[in-house]
Design a protein around this ligand. Structure first.
Ligand SMILES: Cc1cc2nc3c(=O)[nH]c(=O)nc-3n(C[C@H](O)[C@H](O)[C@H](O)COP(=O)(O)OP(=O)(O)OC[C@H]3O[C@@H](n4cnc5c(N)ncnc54)[C@H](O)[C@@H]3O)c2cc1C
Length: 463
């Protein structure tokens, strides 16, 4: 065997698996066909957050007078500079993975990997040359790409996916964003903030449809206030790109509507990268576009594992990384526990931000729980008032009988930094009573978690 572990793909699944395996004393190689760091560092989490930061700074500057600051001139967005900054940030993060690989003595094999029987990986390089490598354990972490709908073919000129949306040469005057999950909502917020006329189209009755309904409705209100046209219960039927821009036909509850826009961004989800990587030849089974794995990410064939977006569960970077660690530690013979898929936080980095973990109120009721629900609005928070960001609230859901923390849903400034408290508390099986007695620093946004919990138990002080 050439290696103890070969990982195919260097996203937050693959690169974390490689580093943890090396830490545990294994000889590791990573096969990657693009830049190190995968979608997350190059085309996902990080570059979008860089763009969103530019939007946030611009929004602050537009409201500078509210904070007692006079600007000589109205601020103007420099689109190309924003894109460049975002690409530079992504490039820096990718270089960081390279540094970590060197530090951990992980070998990088550039090219396209394919699994072969007999615990082998064939790598095709840029020039078409093929080399075979073998390993005791092969981890597949090839991730996913933008999903294409038949009536929304991405030509990457007028109908684009997320990669193009963060590397356009020119700021569009108008844009239709199809799909209001985290990716669609973040781009809608970014482009609207810098002056693009944005229409956000969602098939479901609410935007960010996986979130608690009250949170979705609050974000829709904030979006509408900011000037985004939000169309729910609506489907994009066709896009005519034959003219100068795009003529978008949208089916709504009230009938058909046509909207003209420079660009249509398709943000209708992802498709896993399962094709051409040798799964069928080796006999690795898939189900509904995902590789079937057990609790420790072993596929249906001994010696082959899969982690990240290509296996079941939400497509999130932090989950991919934790799957990687669990998978590798199990390979190394450590005592590990399966990941609790009911305790995975999800965040959307719009303004206001959205963060959640656990069951929504509807899910808790449908699961038959008798529940205590508490809410605390940021309009009653000293820190939110001082920051000038009073939109939003924290909502917590507890099981009335045993005090189990079933879910938490937040919308407001900085809530993506607050949700980890809930995740940790739930992991430690903390009850509502214990959260109320946990001293939170003042003034902070996080006090709202304690106050919302107190509200659930009729003990709230500041309402
Ligand atoms: C616009 C956008 C924003 C996002 N924002 C967030 C966020 O804020 N927070 C969050 O948690 N998640 C976010 N995500 C999701 C997150 O990026 C993914 O969940 C995460 O990247 C999945 O990691 P992965 O390791 O499974 O695969 P990926 O990151 O997709 O990496 C897979 C890697 O495998 C390589 N590869 C594929 N096939 C082969 C092959 N045959 N040979 C060699 N290499 C191959 C690819 O080039 C790629 O580098 C976002 C996604 C997008 C698109």
């Amino acid at each position: 065997m050439n290696y103890d572990v070969i990982v195919i793909g260097s996203g937050p699944g693959g690169y974390v698996a490689a580093i943890r395996a090396s830490q545990l004393g294994m000889k590791v190689a990573v096969v990657e066909k693009e830049s190190l760091g995968g979608v997350c560092l190059n085309w996902g989490c990080i570059p979008t957050k860089a763009l969103l930061k530019s939007a946030q700074v611009f929004n602050y500057m537009k409201h500078a007078a509210d904070y007692g600051i006079k600007l000589e001139k109205s601020p103007e967005p420099d689109f190309q500079a924003m894109i460049k900054r975002s690409r530079d940030v992504a490039g820096g993060m990718s270089a960081g993975v390279n540094f970590l690989f060197k530090k951990n003595k992980i070998e990088v094999i550039s090219g396209t990997g394919k699994v072969l029987s007999g615990k082998k990986v064939e790598v095709t390089d840029e020039k078409g040359g093929r080399t075979e490598y073998s390993a005791s354990h092969i981890i597949i972490a090839t991730g996913a790409r933008s999903r294409e709908l038949p009536n929304l073919k991405q030509d990457e000129i007028k109908v684009i996916g997320y990669r193009k949306a963060m590397s356009l040469g020119e700021q569009p005057k108008s844009m239709v964003v199809v799909g209001s999950g985290a990716i669609g909502s973040e781009f809608a917020y970014f482009y609207n903030s810098i002056g693009t006329e944005v229409t956000l189209v969602e098939y479901m009755p609410n935007i960010i449809p996986l979130e608690d309904e009250e949170i979705s409705k609050q974000l829709a209100r904030s979006f509408k206030k900011a000037g985004i046209k939000v169309m729910t219960d609506s489907t994009v039927e066709a896009v005519d790109t034959s003219g100068k821009g795009c003529k978008v036909t949208i089916k709504t509850r009230k009938g058909e509507e046509q909207i003209e826009a420079d660009i249509v961004l398709s943000a209708v989800g992802i498709t896993t990268n399962l094709e051409g990587i040798g799964l069928e030849e080796v006999g690795i089974k898939t189900d509904k576009g995902k590789i079937i794995v057990d609790d420790f990410y072993k596929t249906t064939v001994e010696g082959y594992y899969a982690i990240g977006d290509i296996v079941r569960g939400p497509a999130l970077a932090h989950l991919a990384s934790h799957e990687a660690i669990t998978c590798v530690e199990k390979i190394a013979g450590k005592e590990v526990h399966p990941i609790d898929y009911t305790n995975i936080p999800a965040c959307t980095y719009t303004l206001p931000e959205v963060a959640s973990v656990g069951m929504t109120e509807k899910q808790a009721r449908e699961a038959g729980y008798e529940i205590k629900v508490g809410k605390f609005p940021f309009s009653a928070s000293g820190k939110a008032s001082a920051a000038g960001n009073k939109d939003g609230f924290v909502k917590v859901i507890f099981d009335a009988k045993y005090g189990e923390w079933l879910g938490a849903h937040m919308i407001g400034d900085n809530v993506t930094e607050m949700i980890a408290e809930v995740v940790a508390a739930r992991k430690l099986e903390t009850t509502g009573e214990e959260i109320i007695k946990t001293i939170h620093p003042h003034p902070t946004m996080s006090e709202a978690i304690m106050e919302a919990t107190a509200a659930a138990y009729d003990e709230v002080i500041h309402l």
